[in-house]
Design a protein around this ligand. Structure first.
Ligand code: BGC
Length: 807
């Protein structure tokens, strides 16, 4: 086996310019070309944070779906994040994937950010710790990561063009900080540069931030891949430190880059630098023959379902629990209410979407956990007022035909969603011969009444239900600025047939395949969309109230929909969609033991929160969410989560702006986002950063400081074993002044477990960086000497014990 550096040089030396530039360009949606002349096989990349989709984006290639990244961060446990990474590496290996396009370490700057659920926290330190655990786990499994999206991709509006104007101090102290932490802690094998521009330079060409800061100052030695279709300029990208332009086959690299070298616009040695980094990646993941991969033996196998369930319950945040309403009393009756209690909402929308083999809804989970006869169910309110991709009751397949109507092949598409990219087509089908795709099969309604059918996607469609053609025309994209409109755009309604519960009808949706010439990808993407009959909202609420009245406890599951939280667009408000707020109020009025389960990946407003007995935030809980919910409600397990982000109303939230003006989005708040901003403005959120209750109580007994090590003694004073996340905040006193510093910030945390009555100790090390500010005049970190209060507690607002440290 050759030594890696020598092998990379030897391989590089054998490549001519055309082969080198070919290696830097995607050959299709997800992979780089193989170069057999140097023993290099094709490198495969795949999304994403909560699962590994693989190169096929369909339900017939299922993946384990873990809870959303917000949930992972809510566990405040880098070791758990590492175990998640181990599982994802195992999934990647199973699917032939070399590089996982994750984690997302952008920050929760505004609660309106559409991909908020896909990032960890508003705090850069917590984000860096969780991401470090995650990347460690994935890479220990022999699979690469691309920490993304470098940098300041904190919202979705005009994401391809927005120029985020961010001061150097905010960049260093907030937005770059998680990337820096991961580079320092685990040397990630890759990074993904964002769509957006920062201070006038698009991120795929940002020489200063990529070459000088990331590589120069921090010593990052991994490869830099563009976000999908983010690279725009051959010379600009190469000089800006971009190694790989994705996806292919048409990119700014490949032939265009070879030509740029021949024209003297870039040096071949600059191309070599990029190729070296790709070859190093290949060596690390074992794609380069005769070089030992970074990981010789993959770790022991992980049970994905068990981990998904454990992670979910460890992430659930109990923000309110009056009179110990939870856990539920044994032998009590429960009225379970809510559309999302039956149709589980387990993950957020966009490139983070995977297709799990099964999902456990709250109804499934509680049915299995409670004795027979203890559970009743009512819909109460359905937040889905818009069409969604067809799902329950549909049995469809895709028939592909040529221009003469001959069948070329058929594909599986049970739910009516087609996302075929590049060579990923049903057997016998080619992009050249494909003319139409017909989704055809049956739909068996579960309700009688007017059903709505529609289409998601752009192009020519014909839609027929039960033998009647309702639409035969061209559907134009609603928003043509985002090339992923076919994936993320709104479905359009076209048919409203009256159907009868239990009686199957024929459904057919035919699409004429036509990809615009200028589109660099060959993609077939569209979906049949459907909406069940909308029952009278007052009647539904009345039914739920009856059920709640008859039970000992009412559990109401409220949720957002995939038209609220998704990649591709930002949120407009933080309200729960539909009549869900009215539902909660009505149920709470009927039953004092009302528990609300909030199934949302990012903050929503809870205007009734003081009127209900308990509130449990469950994020997007992944495929085993309903089982984990039963674990926590019944008290088999304690809910383990703490808020990784402040929850409050949109009107109170200090930083909300996501819409650029004249193409620019100034981050005028500087270093004040999240709790830093809430405290500065003197506003009280609904639930503060770090908050979360368990099923036991804790007394903080002492805090000792020795050098930079903080030792905290605490006692479990409750009646159950428990786990406590001990949070250490640093607050500058008058003698540690610096302009414009937050009142306090998270400087460390650690978790402890203890049985009832037991006392235990935990240590937290504070890094020098916690005392530093970025000096904009001198362009360096500056250690601010003086005294600080070390504030230790259960959240940023519930500080139990303090000590002073002078540095
Ligand atoms: C997203 C990335 C993702 C990529 C590939 C982009 O639209 O921003 O996060 O990894 O697509 O699916």
């Amino acid at each position: 086996m050759a030594e890696t550096g020598a092998a990379v040089e030897a391989a590089l030396g054998k490549l001519d310019l055309d082969a080198k530039t070919r290696l830097l360009a995607g050959q299709d949606m997800w992979s780089l070309p193989a170069l057999p002349e140097i023993g290099l096989r094709s490198l495969v990349m795949s999304d994403g944070p909560i699962g590994v989709r693989g190169v096929r984006w369909t339900a017939d290639d299922p993946s384990v779906a873990l809870p959303s990244p917000t949930a992972l961060a809510a566990a405040w446990d880098p070791e758990l994040a590492r175990r998640a990474g181990t599982l994802l590496a195992q999934e990647a290996r199973r699917k032939g994937v070399d590089v996982l396009l994750a984690p997302t370490v952008n920050l929760h700057r505004s609660p309106l950010g559409g991909r908020h659920f896909e990032a960890y926290s508003e705090d850069p330190y917590l984000t860096g710790r969780i991401a470090t655990g995650y990347v460690t786990g994935v890479q220990e499994g022999g699979v690469g990561t691309t920490v993304k999206h470098f940098v300041a991709n904190d919202a979705e509006t005009d994401r391809f063009t927005v120029d985020n104007l961010v001061g150097e101090r905010a960049l260093r102290e907030l937005y770059l900080a998680p990337f820096e932490a991961v580079v320092e802690n685990v040397r990630p094998w890759g990074i993904m540069t964002a769509y957006n521009t920062v201070n006038g330079t698009t991120m795929t060409e940002h020489h200063r931030l990529v070459n000088e800061v990331l590589r120069g100052e921090w010593g990052f030695d991994g490869f830099n891949v563009s976000d999908w279709m983010a690279a725009r300029d051959t010379v600009g990208a190469l000089k800006g430190g971009l190694d790989v332009a994705m996806p292919g086959p048409r990119t700014v690299y490949g032939e265009a880059l070879a030509q740029a070298v021949r024209d003297g616009q870039v040096e071949e040695s600059e191309v070599d630098e990029a190729v070296r980094r790709v070859l190093l990646l290949a060596a690390r993941v074992g794609a380069l023959a005769d070089v030992a991969p970074a990981v010789a033996e993959p770790p022991a196998p992980v049970d994905g379902e068990a981990l998904a369930r454990e992670l979910a319950r460890r992430s659930f945040v109990l923000v309110r629990n009056e009179h110990e309403t939870l856990p539920l009393r044994p032998n009590g009756t429960v009225a379970l209410i809510g559309a999302a209690a039956r149709d589980a909402r387990v993950l957020g929308g966009g490139s983070a979407t995977v297709f799990p083999a099964r999902t456990v809804s709250p109804l499934d989970g509680l049915t299995a956990a409670l004795p027979d006869g203890a559970l009743t169910y009512a819909v109460g309110a359905d937040p889905t007022t818009e069409l969604a991709v067809a799902d329950k009751g549909f049995a469809l397949r895709a028939v592909c035909r040529d221009v003469d109507g001959n069948i070329l092949g058929t594909g599986s598409a049970p739910g009516g969603q087609i996302q075929w990219m590049g060579a990923d087509l049903p057997e016998g089908v080619t992009h050249e011969r494909l003319h139409t795709v017909e989704l055809t099969g049956t739909f068996t309604p579960r309700d009688t009444g007017p059903h709505t059918f529609g289409v998601k996607g752009a192009g020519a469609f014909r839609l027929a239900v039960a033998g009647t053609t309702y639409f035969d025309d061209v559907q134009l994209p609603a928003d043509d600025t985002d090339p992923f409109e076919a994936f993320f755009g709104s479905p359009v309604p076209h048919a409203h047939p009256e159907l009868t519960a239990g009686e199957p009808v024929e459904v057919s949706l035919t699409h004429v395949y036509a990809v615009p010439e200028e589109f660099p990808l060959k993609v077939v993407a569209f979906a049949l969309a459907h909406l069940e009959p909308q029952r009278d909202a007052d009647e539904l609420i009345a039914e739920a109230v009856e059920a709640a009245r008859a039970a000992d406890t009412a559990v109401v599951v409220v949720a957002t929909t995939d038209r609220v939280e998704s990649e591709g667009f930002d949120r407009k408000d933080l309200r729960l969609p539909g009549r869900q707020d009215d539902l909660v109020r009505a149920v709470a009025a009927a039953n004092p033991n009302t528990v609300v389960v909030v199934n949302a990946g990012s903050p929503v407003e809870l205007p009734w929160r003081e009127d209900v007995a308990a509130v449990l935030l469950t994020w997007f809980p992944g495929q085993e969410g309903g089982a984990a919910l039963a674990d926590v409600l019944t008290g088999a397990h304690e809910p383990g989560g703490r808020l990784p982000t402040t929850w409050g109303s949109l009107t109170d939230a200090p930083v909300t702006q996501v819409t650029p003006v004249d193409g620019e989005l100034p981050y005028t708040e500087g270093v004040f986002i999240g709790y830093r901003a809430w405290e500065k403005e003197g506003r009280t959120p609904s639930y503060p950063f770090g908050h979360g209750l368990g099923y036991t109580d804790w007394t903080y007994e002492s805090v000792d400081i020795a050098g930079s090590t903080i030792t905290v003694r605490l006692r479990n004073t409750g009646e159950r074993p428990g786990r406590e996340v001990v949070q250490v905040y640093l607050a500058p006193t008058g003698t540690a002044p610096a302009p414009d510093r937050p009142a306090r910030w998270l400087a460390g945390f650690a978790a402890v477990e203890a049985g009832p009555g037991e006392s235990t100790e935990v240590t937290v090390d504070i890094r020098d960086r916690a005392f530093e500010v970025w000096d904009e005049a001198d362009h360096r970190w500056s250690f601010v000497k003086g005294s600080y209060e070390i504030q230790v507690g259960r959240s940023i607002a519930d500080r139990r014990i303090t000590a002073t440290i002078t540095v």
